[in-house]
Write a protein that binds this ligand. Sequence first.
Ligand code: 4AD
Ligand code: MG
Length: 431
Amino acid sequence: MVQAIYISDIGNHEGHEVSLNGWLYNKRSSGKLHFLQLRDGTGTIQCVMFKGDVSPDMFQQADHLPQESSLTVTGTVRADARSPIGFEVSVKSLTVHQLAHEYPITPKEHGVAFLLDHRHLWLRSARQHAILRVRSEIIGACRDYFDDHGFTLLDAPIFTPAACEGTTTLFPVKYFDDTVYLTQSGQLYMEAGAMAFGKVYCFGPTFRAEKSKTRRHLTEFWMIEPEVAYCDLNGDMDLAEDFIEYVVQRVLTKRQKELTALERDLPKLANIKKPFPRISYGEAIELLQKKGIDIQWGADFGGDDETIISESFDRPVIIHRYPTENKAFYMKADPENPKVALCMDVLGPEGYGEIIGGGQREDDLALLEKKIRDHGLPEQAFSWYLDLRRYGSVPHAGFGMGIERMVSWLTGLHHVREAIPFPRMLERVTP
Ligand code: 4AD
Ligand code: MG
């Protein structure tokens, strides 16, 4: 019985006969030879079938194999200096599991809408592989960072009774005789967790009924959210900075091959080291005004404003103390200037915009009750949350990082839709 191996492991089998299970990526023929590009998910390898080595039927069959047919190839591994992976296989036999007819994604160029309609197949292409492997590494790095820094993973619920990030982007769900919402953020639950465990994080899908079509917004995205008791805004910024540096450097080390395949500028990522510049919202407004943007204190940054700010720095920039008025109810006002909140956003460089949002939470019961009323939120739904201020309230802070924003930045994507296996957007919930 010939050993079945993965292409990624081919280097350990030079000179031996192996079998490879995979799919036909591409094929060309010249007279007595068929060159079959086989992919198995771990890599792609050229399998060379010489007419004299196989039966006439098998040679004939290989001549008519359509792209993406599923195959097992058996043959001898040979070193080959011309091969991108250093090896090829001399085919001795071929088993066809299924003949794929008219695979829709051909090597020619396709439009994005067509590719998104065929996302279940598009995942097989080399570029999508590289992006999604980087995503997988980012998620692993995020988890490892918090696990190794004394955080406890505490899963937040998906069905929630109330809004965390404003009522305009809630997805209602019928829940027996009630209406509940898909979670926008696990934060409020992480605050409960921080009071119980000190340092916690959650990682899961979050939902926003974003009506805007931008290159940064999904309706379903994955967020990692740490929350720390006895932590203030400065501590929160320190944590965000240390965390981002770790994730970027880890991905750079472990996924260099994928980043290179994506033609990512590696020195720019190597440069992502602490400290990151920290500027106040007020300073960011001045920066925009100096660049000729017509914006006044109090206004929200649009996507283009974020792009301009983030292009002004060679590493992520932390913007802190935004006006309280436009911000979520839970944010703590700065005691030195109540017009601004003790919050922060981290903007990725090269125009990538907001990667992280977070800050210090309002820890005073009376002020929080007032904020809930002022924001017109249903007090009943927040009574449990207010218990956290009744029983041992302490200063605490945390943040949320959108995984797809991070993937887009690190892989150099123009649009966040390629940063998740199956994107959900305003006009897309299939496949
Ligand atoms: O700034 P946001 O809304 O903050 C929160 O949800 C806080 N409750 C998090 C916390 O403090 N625990 O969202 C956090 C991050 C953003 O910086 C961005 O990376 C990402 O989530 N994000 C989105 N990503 C893709 N599509 C969307 N529609 C997103 N909205 C937010
Ligand atoms: Mg935000």
